[in-house]
Design a protein around this ligand. Structure first.
Ligand code: SF4
Length: 313
């Protein structure tokens, strides 16, 4: 069948080429079906309470497993990866550690703009569409869709791992009312083999193969969790005040990571200069100056202050 004079295959190829041209690392297309196995896995994880206080994950569960419930006309899910691996890490001497994904401006806006450009490209070719672009902004099984679209496998640390580029990627999706050419059946093989480095290196023992218990995960505790932090965790936090990259840093697949070229993800000069004493006396005005457009707003000043207070005292 032709769409606006184009075959499904050529339209799909042109969408993928355009995605790369826009700066996405990878793009794959899947049929918008019910993700039965992934739904079962997620339900089990929720049932065990591994999501901690992220009660928003308990809502809209059906929508999470079937994108047509997010947009009823959806036929295809276009999944994209965006690289955030930095050229250099922030200075480590006399400094605290923040996760690499939070060095620069908030990725949600950067990626959403690019997904909207991708949609404009599709509409230019095929006319106005029913479509929605999501970057963490809707209940979707991001990694499962990216896997289905051939963009990687799910590692024991539960990250999506691309065999050519590692795991330091943001994932986004465009739901579209067009039938397109879909990727071959997702590769069911797992490429971790006998490796257990992420499990062994996790400072809090939060990882079992293919399962992360958020209640123990430093990323969850420093970003999502709103309560008081347990003093007994202090030593395990090390110098981490926002997020934790340990299970990715240790992963041998990340020897294939290459630096992103996104100016929006570069840390500001001010952030690069901060040392522990500056963080220790961080007040709201400086927080706002540093993180006005940053994903660190997720924890907010209160959350970041709490994290610093735990490890600095
Ligand atoms: S560190 Fe090893 S076990 Fe963990 S995700 Fe990477 S390859 Fe898999």
């Amino acid at each position: 069948m032709l769409i606006a004079g184009l075959s499904k295959a050529s339209l799909s190829d042109s969408i993928k080429s355009k995605a790369l041209e826009l700066g996405f690392y990878g793009c794959g297309i899947s049929e918008a079906v019910f993700l039965e196995d992934d739904a079962r896995h997620m339900e089990q994880w929720l049932e065990e309470g591994c999501h901690g206080e992220m009660t928003y994950l308990e809502k809209n569960r059906e929508k999470r497993y079937h994108p047509a419930l997010l947009l009823k006309e959806t036929k295809s899910v276009i999944s994209v990866l965006y690289n955030y691996y930095p050229d250099t890490t922030l200075p480590s001497e006399d400094n605290y550690v923040i996760s690499k994904y939070a060095y620069g401006n908030d990725y949600h806006f950067v990626m959403k703009n690019k997904l909207n450009e991708l949609l404009a490209f599709v509409e230019e070719k095929t006319g106005e569409r029913k479509a929605r672009a999501f970057v963490d902004s809707a209940p979707m099984l991001d990694r499962a869709w990216a896997h289905k679209s051939g963009l990687g496998f799910i590692g024991k640390n539960t990250c999506l791992i691309n065999k050519k580029g590692g795991s330091f990627f943001f994932i986004g999706h465009l739901l579209l009312d067009l039938e397109l050419q879909y990727e071959e059946e997702a590769d069911p093989k797992n490429y971790c083999g006998s490796c257990t480095r992420c499990i062994d290196a996790c400072p809090t023992g939060a990882i079992e193969p293919f399962k992360v218990d958020a209640r123990k995960c430093i990323s969850y505790l420093t970003i999502e969790y709103r309560g008081e932090l347990d003093e007994s965790m202090k030593d395990r936090f090390g110098d981490r005040i926002y997020g934790c990259d340990t299970c990715q840093d240790i992963c041998p697949w990340n020897r294939f990571s290459s630096p992103h070229g996104e100016p929006d993800f570069l840390p500001s000069e001010l952030l690069k200069k901060l040392k522990k004493p500056d963080w220790d006396k961080l007040e709201k005005p400086l927080f706002n100056q540093l993180f006005k457009h940053s994903a660190i707003q997720r924890a907010g000043f209160k959350g970041l202050r709490r994290n610093i207070d735990l490890i600095s005292n």
